[in-house]
Design a protein around this ligand. Sequence first.
Ligand SMILES: Nc1ncnc2c1ncn2[C@@H]1O[C@H](COP(=O)(O)OP(=O)(O)OP(=O)(O)O)[C@@H](O)[C@H]1O
Ligand code: SF4
Ligand SMILES: [Mg+2]
Length: 338
Amino acid sequence: MTTETLHAADRAQPALSDALLSVRDLGMTFPGARGVLRRMPGVRAVDGVSFDVRPGETLGLVGESGCGKSTTGRMLVRLLDPTAGTVAFRGQDITRTSQGRLRPLRSKFQMIFQDPFASLNPRQTVQQIIAAPLRAQGASSGEIAREVRDLVQLVGLAPEHLERYPHQFSGGQAQRIGIARALATRPELVVADEPVSALDVSIQAQIVGLMERLQRELGVAYVFIAHDLAVVKHISHRVAVMYLGRIVEIGDKDDVYQRPAHPYTKALLSAVPLPDPAAERARERIVLLGDPPSPANPPSGCTFHPRCPKAQARCREEAPLLTLTTRAQQVACHYPET
Ligand SMILES: Nc1ncnc2c1ncn2[C@@H]1O[C@H](COP(=O)(O)OP(=O)(O)OP(=O)(O)O)[C@@H](O)[C@H]1O
Ligand code: SF4
Ligand SMILES: [Mg+2]
């Protein structure tokens, strides 16, 4: 990490010395739509997001639709340029690096998308799809052929699949192709944006299991994006909960799931079905009122206050900062659970 980034990171949050990825005060404001007389206010999709990802770990990133998960994920791998903050990969600030200078690093971070069919070129065979990132790296034909065969096997597809086209596969198999392509350059970080949301529940478990096995075998770190806490529970080592562009709670998986400190996390967890029917009947459901507000016109103070069962007068005026609580995780709430 350069001295400059280290100091910037220090101010926002203590930096992990072994961080693979350090994200500090990341922000994205999309320009507002052009009206007849003037432009509408900008959409602050991501606002002051800070976290670290350690090598080989999975950070689950969850929150309701529109809270800024995909925008954050795309900024992590520079598919989108942030309007504020920094992203450092192995200590190197990549936020404003030109695409040319970024190229040697590109192979180190990859992305998996929600809709595998939309992200695979329908006119290319599986062989061509998985070979593309290797070819871009300048690998020889022999190396590419060997690597593609290994990758296909690694993700549980058969050699005869190599000559087929994406439309000849099921959703789960297509996602395996997306995973093989993402892993082709042996990345250290993969941002997976809702990689199982479009799949049948039975297939979801298979893909999550595959990703876990690949992490054990290859040591790759994941930022795993999902709508709800149930999907990321199994795979995550740590979890970050987003609301209206900000992280409201972040910590080790067990701390966040067993002792949530933010009212929003508690509400999300109360909607996760429990395997034991008696426990399911007995538990209290926290129903949030209304939909999340628009990031084009966020509420004052704590942006969760219009929906928060614990809101008090201070919450309408003062935005809470993400701070360490008596529980082990960091929470942005004036009145967290203790
Ligand atoms: N290119 C864009 N221009 C303007 N606004 C955008 C753009 N992309 C996203 N937004 C807005 O930014 C906010 C965050 O969007 P984002 O797609 O990151 O949310 P998300 O958490 O991934 O949602 P979902 O769960 O539905 O995928 C939303 O209000 C969205 O409408
Ligand atoms: S700061 Fe207030 S409104 Fe926001 S989550 Fe905490 S109690 Fe609720
Ligand atoms: Mg999204």
